[in-house]
Design a protein around this ligand. Structure first.
Ligand SMILES: N[C@@H](CCC(=O)N[C@@H](CS)C(=O)NCC(=O)O)C(=O)O
Length: 204
């Protein structure tokens, strides 16, 4: 097995750097840097996949795109002891899988769209106000979940935490983020993990 992660700076690819570190899977990281003008990935990524986006995982001859798909692939193939993903018979499974998908789903969209609007100088529009309302709903939803659960997937740390970590890091800069709430406490807790610190050392 030769795992290669094509990693773009300041991107959701850091979720997989963290997961690979948690799983202690030998891998190589190939770094790409965003254009300072457009914030886009360099064209060299197009040689790996037609969309030219990061993350991309190569496992020998295979190339996989989409953060969630890459995580599920790594877990299905290499986490055979289910240390980082519960089995489907585990009572926490539904919660776990919901957060795995939430990382790129409805809770992510209002944050992503506001970033796009800022890049396009489209701030202050009625759409932005609507997205900020959605962001507030998401912040509350996550806070309530983490008030009742130690981790995203329930009682135990799992890949769902690695996937949601990028969202929470960004959310922690939001003016409505409660710095003494359960989400902030979750962030402080996961920052203590050695794999999280190794992810930071790789450069996010
Ligand atoms: N849904 C995809 C989104 C991939 C994506 O949009 N990646 C961003 C990084 S956060 C990217 O490569 N942007 C640079 C570009 O589009 O040129 C995933 O989860 O992997």
């Amino acid at each position: 097995m030769t795992l290669k992660l094509h990693h773009l700076n300041a991107s959701r690819s850091q979720r997989l750097v963290w997961l690979l570190e948690e799983m202690q899977l030998p891998h190589e990281i190939i770094h790409y840097t965003r254009s300072t003008e457009t914030n886009l990935a360099p064209d060299t990524l197009l040689k790996i996949h037609p969309l030219g986006k990061s993350p991309l995982l190569e496992d020998d001859a295979l190339v996989i795109a989409e953060t969630g798909a890459i995580a599920e692939y790594l877990l299905a193939k290499y986490d055979t002891e289910h240390k980082f993903h519960p089995t489907s018979s585990n009572p926490d499974y539904a919660k776990y899988i919901e957060w795995v998908h939430a990382a790129e789903g409805a809770p992510f969209l209002p944050f992503l769209l506001v970033v796009y609007m800022r890049v396009a100088n489209a701030e202050g529009s009625p759409l932005e106000a609507r997205l900020i309302e959605e962001q507030m709903k998401v912040i509350g939803f996550i806070e309530n979940h983490l008030r009742d659960n130690a981790y995203f997937g329930g009682a135990n740390f799992s890949a769902a935490d690695c996937l949601m970590g990028f969202n929470i890091q960004n959310m922690s800069m939001h003016p409505a983020f409660d710095k003494s709430g359960a989400t902030a406490a979750w962030l402080e807790k996961v920052k203590q993990r050695s794999a999280y610190q190794r992810m930071l050392a790789v450069g996010i």
